[in-house]
Design a protein around this ligand. Structure first.
Ligand code: C5P
Length: 256
């Protein structure tokens, strides 16, 4: 079967993951969440006390650690943690076999990803991991009637920099307030609306974080967030998840 790459880009909390996770299960496509790789890198940096990458020594060590670490992604059913509060399929992220799905969603990680995502060497290492993952075994249940070996890759620069020749590209956007509301509701549903000290995180903090990440994603020198010229643009501000999934799915099916 030929590889069929779906690129889904968009700003923070635009619904890319929800759409990708739902479609991965529905179509039996592998789901590669590139944001999760930057988040895993951040978790590794914190664990190894290497968050300050201005020092070449730290950066070299960080690259080594990333190289040695195996990151895998599969349907939540393959993980020991089941989350009944999130009423849709979700992708589990494993770091050397450890399920870090919830840990990397926490605000401490989200706030610190920017320090790594702007460094070209870290982006290069992350892109290498993304390409490896695209070629790896699909842990999702592939459909017997599938005409392709499908992969959904989501992020900020997939259609522009990582897979500029993707078979189909989407750019999913929504107003910042709609994105903050959805992200806040999701964190509450998953019981993750607390910081490292156990203090509650409120909607205003989430909105502030999203606005700051938009700014950083758009102004970064290396691979900033841009719409690919050939991307199908979907504004999800006034659409339900089902409606967005429907639009993306029908565009994909037409291209198979
Ligand atoms: O998509 P998610 O919010 O999980 O991404 C976490 C962070 O990783 C983003 O704020 C962004 O700065 C960075 N990122 C990136 N390039 C990607 C995906 C994510 O720089 N392709």
């Amino acid at each position: 079967l030929r590889k069929f790459i779906v690129a889904i880009d968009g700003p923070a909390a635009s619904g890319k993951s929800a759409v990708s996770e739902t479609l991965a299960v529905r179509l039996g496509f592998l789901h590669v969440n590139s944001g999760a790789i930057y988040r895993c890198a951040t978790l590794l940096a914190i664990r190894n006390d290497l968050l300050d990458l201005q020092f070449k020594k730290n950066l070299d060590r960080m690259r080594e650690i990333l190289k040695e670490t195996k990151i895998t992604m599969g349907p939540l059913g393959t993980s020991p943690i089941k989350n009944e509060n999130v009423n849709r399929p979700s992708t589990a992220i494993f770091l050397n076999g450890e399920n870090v799905t919830d840990q990397i969603s926490k605000i401490e990680i989200t706030k610190n990803v920017r320090f790594l995502a702007k460094i070209p060497e870290i982006r290069a290492a992350s892109i290498e991991k993304q390409r490896e993952l695209v070629q790896s075994k699909n842990l999702f249940e592939t459909r017997a009637d599938s005409k392709v070996d499908g992969v959904i890759v989501e992020g900020r620069d997939i259609g522009t920099a990582v897979f500029p020749n993707a078979d189909i590209k989407f750019f999913i956007e929504a107003e910042a307030k709609a994105r903050a509301k959805r992200r806040f509701d999701e964190l509450v549903a998953r019981g993750l609306n607390v910081d490292i000290n156990g203090d509650p995180v409120d909607y205003e903090q989430i909105l502030e974080d999203i606005l700051q990440r938009d700014q950083e994603d758009l102004t970064r020198t290396h691979s900033p967030l841009r719409k690919a010229k050939d991307a199908i643009v979907i504004d999800t501000s006034n659409l339900s998840l089902d409606q967005v999934v429907g639009k993306v799915e029908s565009s994909i099916l037409k291209r198979l």
